[in-house]
Design a protein around this ligand. Structure first.
Ligand code: TYD
Length: 245
């Protein structure tokens, strides 16, 4: 962090803006998202979450962002394969457009069916972190873009897999995948992503559950499992004796 960064005022986000975000209210259906920088282990934990919930008789859908609809997949291609640098606002609106369509076409319809869980691999926090922080648009502007229905719908729980820069680099080296538009950015970009996730989890402390992504996958999943059990229990019908089924 540069010397002057200590004197930069924290961006002011009005409470009314933060309060316009809420999870969808469907009975016994849940909306989850996973977040983290490259190499954080999202894919493994999403797969395990799906298996765990299916064993408990939930219908589970995994959606990726950007994408998840025909229109969204076109946008995904457009963004991730571009060879010209996009304006940060162009990026933010493209991701928001893909998300609005995904909510309209898939998420809302699926969640209206009881016993459904929709898991998003990345959601609004990615836009806050990648475009709001790393591309310097600011969190407030990104939240304003999302403040109207259906973009103001948030997951019930967001699992944020936190890893350091070194772990991300080591895991990327092992994978050796070709780099897309964002992944080819330098170390400064990744540092901003890490900082961005810290800020975003402070904005939404009740929704974002942080996990130590440096731990082995079994240990990470044990913590996710506890949260899932708590979520399902809190919503279960109350029995005559006051207990939840
Ligand atoms: P993807 O291949 O899905 O990356 P990952 O496996 O890391 O999830 O590509 C999505 C890329 O798009 C990723 O680098 C993060 C970026 N992104 C944004 O910049 N803003 C967003 O709102 C979203 C959803 C993704």
């Amino acid at each position: 962090m540069g010397f002057w960064a200590f004197f930069l005022p924290m961006e002011h986000i009005p409470q009314e803006l933060l309060q316009s975000f809420r999870p969808p209210a469907f009975h016994h259906s849940y909306f989850l998202s996973f977040e983290g920088i490259e190499g954080s282990g999202k894919t493994t934990q999403i797969r395990r979450t799906k298996e765990f919930l299916e064993e408990r008789n939930f219908r589970v859908l995994i959606l990726r962002e950007p994408g998840g609809t025909t229109f969204g997949e076109h946008l995904r291609q457009a963004v991730l394969s571009t060879t010209t640098q996009l304006h940060p606002l162009a990026e933010a609106y493209l991701f928001a457009a893909s998300r609005a369509q995904l909510l309209h076409e898939v998420v809302m319809k699926e969640l209206s069916i009881p016993n459904t869980v929709v898991i998003c691999d990345r959601y609004i926090d990615s836009t806050l972190v990648y475009q709001g922080k790393a591309r310097n648009l600011g969190h407030r502007l990104v939240l304003e873009i999302h403040q109207h229905f259906p973009l103001n719908l948030t997951p019930h729980i967001t699992f944020f897999l936190e890893i350091g820069l070194k772990t991300s680099k080591d895991r990327q080296r092992i994978r050796n995948n070709p780099k897309d538009y964002f992944e080819g950015q330098g170390e400064g970009f990744y540092r901003k992503l890490i900082e961005g996730y810290q800020e975003v989890r402070e904005l939404f402390p009740a929704r974002i559950f942080t996990l130590d992504g440096e731990l082995v996958p079994d240990e990470v999943f044990a913590k996710i499992q506890q949260q899932l059990i708590g979520l399902i229990k809190a919503d279960a019908p109350v029995e005559k004796d006051g207990s939840r089924s």
